[in-house]
Design a binder for this molecule. Structure first.
Ligand code: VGL
Ligand code: ZN
Length: 207
C-alpha cells in the first residue's frame, strides 16, 4: 500500500507532556510509541511535529487570571481552549518521548511558538491565517499522500488532517497510532469530520 516516492509519514506531537505523567497527558498517549516505531521503517520519508510554546503562551490557563485549564477564552481569532502549561520551549516536557524512533526524520516542524496564537494544525495556526510553511515544504518535496500518527487525535492530528485535505493532499489516518484527549465527545466528532472530508482510516497492521 505504501508508495515510497509519494508518501510521507507524519508523527504529530509525540512529546513527554502529552504522555502519562506529562503536563497535558493524553490518556495512554505513550502507547502510540511502539506502534509508530514499527511503522517508521516502512516509509522512505518521515517528518515530526513538535508543540513548542514560549513561557506565558496565551493558550495556557495560567496566562489568564481567574481561568482554569479546559475552560475557554476569547482571543483575537476566536474561542481558544485553555490548557495547563505544556511543551515549553527547551523543557523536558517538550522533548520527544525518549523511546520514539526519530533518527530518520527529515524535518521537525515546530508550532505554537507565537505568544498570542495557538497552533493545533501543523499547517495553519489557530487564527486560520498564519501558515507554518509545512504545505509548501511537502509540495516542494512532491509528496502526494500523508499518513498521520501521534497526539492528539481530536486536536493536533485532527486539525492537521483537515488542513492537509484543504491543501490537496490525500490523507490516511493510522488510527491505532493515535490517541485522543477526548473531552465531551471530541474524539467522535473529530473522526466524523475527518471521514466527511475524505480522510481514509486504516490500522497499523494494514500497512
Ligand atoms: C495539543 C492541545 C494543546 C495536541 C497541543 O498536540 O493535540 N493539544 N497543544
Ligand atoms: Zn500546545
Amino acid at each position: 500500500m505504501i508508495n515510497n516516492a509519494d508518501d510521507c509519514l507524519i508523527i504529530v506531537d509525540v512529546q513527554n507532556d502529552f504522555c502519562s505523567g506529562g503536563a497535558l497527558e493524553v490518556p495512554a498517549g505513550e502507547e502510540v510509541v511502539p506502534v509508530i516505531n514499527q511503522l517508521v521503517d516502512k516509509f522512505a520519508h518521515r517528518i515530526l511535529t513538535q508543540d513548542w510554546h514560549p513561557v506565558g503562551h496565551y493558550s495556557f490557563a495560567s496566562a489568564h487570571p481567574g481561568k482554569s485549564p479546559f475552560e475557554t477564552v476569547e482571543l483575537d481569532y476566536g474561542t481558544q481552549v485553555l490548557w495547563p502549561d505544556h511543551c515549553i520551549q527547551g523543557s523536558d516536557g517538550a522533548e520527544f518521548h525518549p523511546d520514539l524512533e526519530i533518527v530518520g526524520a527529515e524535518l521537525i516542524i515546530r508550532k505554537g511558538f507565537r505568544l498570542s496564537i495557538d497552533s493545533y494544525s501543523a499547517f495553519t495556526e489557530n487564527d486560520q491565517m498564519t501558515p507554518t510553511g509545512l504545505s509548501g515544504y511537502l509540495a516542494n518535496r512532491q509528496f502526494r499522500r500523508l499518513f498521520l500518527t501521534g497526539l492528539a487525535t481530536d486536536y493536533c492530528v485532527f486539525w492537521s488532517a483537515l488542513d492537509a485535505r484543504r491543501a490537496g493532499f490525500e490523507v490516511v489516518l493510522i488510527e491505532d497510532a493515535c490517541r485522543a484527549i477526548d473531552m465531551d465527545g471530541s474524539k467522535f466528532r473529530a473522526l466524523d469530520q475527518m471521514d466527511a472530508v475524505g480522510v481514509v482510516r486504516v490500522a497499523a497492521t494494514d500497512l
